[in-house]
Ligand binder design. Structure first.
Ligand SMILES: C[S@@+](CC[C@H](N)C(=O)[O-])C[C@H]1O[C@@H](n2cnc3c(N)ncnc32)[C@H](O)[C@@H]1O
Length: 212
């Protein structure tokens, strides 16, 4: 019998057994009109954060806190997550999710503002992990900022890197799809990065910064 990729995808998305904290954060996301990371992406974020042994992480696009809770659950007890969002209501919901998850307030720094204004103010080579999940138009600039912010050995993660599965379709020329193709090229061609594109969720682009 032929194997079916879509069944594998549905199977992996159905595996994470999310607790009430994540389910409530998902509910608030939907009320606010925010698309949270899928369950398999959330699980991958927890594993990647744990594997990276990061002590400092940045997230662009807090939403209602689903990805933040997943990252914080993988990060060490001393690690701090700086999360940026342009929408104060989203940040308030994210803070509620972190509190419900029992995350001490000194482990999160929530910054309200546009990523293009906030990222340039963060310190060079001070972060172990950068997760990007906000507006597509700004992504090329955020990737450039992320490579500046990351320490050697630090990890960049870009969510929805396949733009809802449109990136592989050559006929699709929508702005967001073209931007995601450009971001994939930028990362692959950057000699300081080793990268991999996973089909998890709607595409998870991973890259690690190496010595130039
Ligand atoms: C897809 S949602 C993030 C979902 C979140 N990562 C999660 O999994 O729960 C995108 C978020 O990016 C924020 N956003 C959009 N454009 C932004 C920008 N230019 N700067 C900062 N945040 C932005 C939106 O307000 C929204 O909360």
């Amino acid at each position: 019998m032929a194997a079916d990729k879509h069944s594998s995808w549905s199977y992996t998305e159905g595996l994470p057994d999310e607790d009430d904290i994540l389910l409530r954060a998902r509910e608030r996301s939907h009320e606010l009109g925010v698309s949270p990371v899928t369950p398999a992406v959330g699980a991958a974020l927890t594993v990647l954060a744990a594997a990276s042994k990061a002590s400092t992480a940045v997230e662009v696009g807090a939403g209602a806190g689903v990805s933040g809770v997943c990252l914080l659950r993988g990060l060490g007890r001393q690690a701090v997550l700086t999360t940026i969002d342009a929408d104060v209501d989203h940040l308030r919901a994210a803070r509620e999710a972190y509190a419900e998850a029992g995350i001490p307030t000194n482990r999160t720094r929530t910054i309200s503002g546009r990523a293009s204004d906030v990222l340039p103010r963060l310190t060079d080579r001070a972060y172990d992990l950068v997760f990007l999940d906000a507006d597509k138009a700004g992504l090329p600039g955020y990737v450039e900022q992320a490579t500046r912010l990351l320490k050697e050995g630090g990890m960049l993660i870009v969510n929805d890197a396949l733009d809802q599965d449109r990136v592989p379709e050559p006929a699709v020329r929508e702005a967001s799809t073209t931007t995601l193709r450009q971001v994939g090229r930028l990362v692959r061609e950057n000699e300081t990065l080793v990268s991999a594109l996973l089909p998890t969720g709607t595409g998870l682009l991973l890259a690690v910064k190496q010595r130039p």
